[in-house]
Design a protein around this ligand. Sequence first.
Ligand code: IVH
Length: 715
Amino acid sequence: MKKAGVKKLGVKKAGVNAETARPALRKVAVANLSEKQAATELKALAVEIAQHDAAYHGEDAPTITDAAYDSLCKRNDAIEKRFPGLKRADSPSKKVGAAPAAGFKKVRHTVPMLSLGNAFTDDDVTDFAERISRFLDLDADAAVEMTTEPKIDGLSFSARYDNGRLAVAATRGDGAEGEDITANLRTIKDLPDFLMGDVPKLIEIRGEVYMTKADFAALNAAQGAKGAKIFANPRNAAAGSLRQIDPAITAARPLHAFTYGWGDVKGMDWETQWDFLQSLKAWGFVVNPRTRLCKSVADMLKEYRELGEDRANLPYDIDGMVYKVNRLDLQRRLGFVSKAPRWAIAHKYSAERAETIVENIEVQVGRTGALTPVARLKPVNVGGVVVSNATLHNEDEIARKDIRAGDSVVIQRAGDVIPQVIEVVMNKRPRDSKPYRFPDTCPACGSLAVREEGEVARRCTGGLICPAQAVERLKHFVSRNAFDIEGIGEKNITGFFEDKLIESPADLFTLERRGGRAKLTAREGWAEKSIDNLFAAIEQRRAISLERLIYALGIRQIGQATARLLAQAYGSFDAWRQAMVAAKDSEIYRELINIEQIGESVADDVLAFFAEKHNRAILEALAKELNVADFEQPDASGSPIAGKTVVFTGTLEAMSRGEAKARAQSLGATVASSVSRKTDLVVAGPGAGSKLKEAAALGVKVLSEQEYLALIGGK
Ligand code: IVH
């Protein structure tokens, strides 16, 4: 086995990380939160969880451990339970996974593909069984039979068979809508095209596509030899292999599938999950051989432990055991709570650990100049995957754990997440070891690296002269959620930058005119066809949406959600650019911080970006090359408040403030916190004060809550 997967440790890829996001609030017990604090935190949680979801599902590159992710979701649920009125339209408790990536046809799941609740301890499993008994009103000691199924760490799919014939297959996507991967799934031998024996009129089969650890290692070795993408782990390799536009590539990748469930079904019925699993086998599917039927919680836990002991020797990655109530009539009675069934749970295994040596500590420079330390490790096998890098997060983390070059350390790999250093094995520390000193200059450009108060990251102050930042910004610019230019990988960007082929974003669009074809031909690995493809991909991206463009610029704190808010608020590229060169004491600045969810710190980062002459020149150059589409209101067609700026004031009675804002935003309105000339509508409840006066002075339309509700109707 070769290579530890993670090449570039983009720890802060999602823009926010668990440590930096509102830590002060997180420490307040849910029971002690005020309504205002709860709303603030739910908002932050929605953004943060959505970013982790995108990293996990969309980019196949997770940024957080399962347990940390789970604790964010739990906190979100607990706050929503205490303040049901604050539940947001974009609440993570309503979502499963991430929205589909562009490029594939979308498929709506007739029956949504849901997720599972997690259990981490034996007590959690006992609680699960007791909840079920209570819900079904059974005697506490009346055992409910359950199946135990290994939880495969792969990619879930749904495959519809019409009269026994494979018709359509899709990824899970956001649970409601996935990507059409029919052609790709057909190439997987574990999945029959035609079912054998007695078949229902229609059935959607659900299961998990995976790659074995051995195949993953061989694939990475081959990819490495070709200079192609190295996958972080078998799950990412399976995801990357399945998400190929060309099914011939999928066919060449060694993918397998286990099946365990169904969605829609017509013309057949079962009494138990176990019976259903037997049907799957009879039709020609593969059911995991470690699946068992258990009569008690004790039996289930025994299976869990035995599987856990064999885990490292299994040919594929698992991350838990799934328990399911066997009787389907009971499953139906139990039903679902928000996005997960009451009748099933995933009992997770803790992350796999191993000991190795820190050979060196290196510092990487991110697109906003943040310095991220990385441990280069003596390669070590952790549960079947060879790891040679681990993230060290930031300088405080190194100091807290006192990690030094030469130390023996315990590292942990949790399924998909970037490996972490858990602790130093102190009694193995070399005698001459010295504490690590975090550099105070940038390793890429030598500029001073400073740490501002309240920040965890030290940042390079080199800004535009720092080549590392420039390269990272370019990588961000072409990345999937930004310009999404196929054919330009991270490696190319670095090479192009070093050879001065592309030094700033607009250079991409002038590359062909600047004799790029000849220059690329002269480079190794660029055949005529791939050059054609690259230029075609670039041409296609000359037309771009405003929100993508804003996001692509990589301005500090401007993630996808904020980019969208800005696009919505300003409408067009020109309007946005003109507004953003405003002075800090101007009306326009006040408008900017008045947009809900933007605030001063974000606004300052945007203005700082525009204050830089070089950045304005980049925008100027991009404006010449691109055709930036004005912001398009999302299916708010027929919405009477689409494109309007709304301010809520006073006490609302029919709904909480949080719900009112969320609903207005989903109807295409911008919600602002104070009244200005830009305000179109003020919704005033009892107790409204100064804002009402301001509205009157500015001649802004004012509606009561009832009038407002009548205006938006049942929307
Ligand atoms: S049942 C409503 N069974 O785990 C029931 N899921 O965390 C939903 N998974 O989305 C799923 N092995 O991708 C189920 N034996 C198994 C599974 C399994 C792996 C995955 C699946 C699901 C995720 C939920």
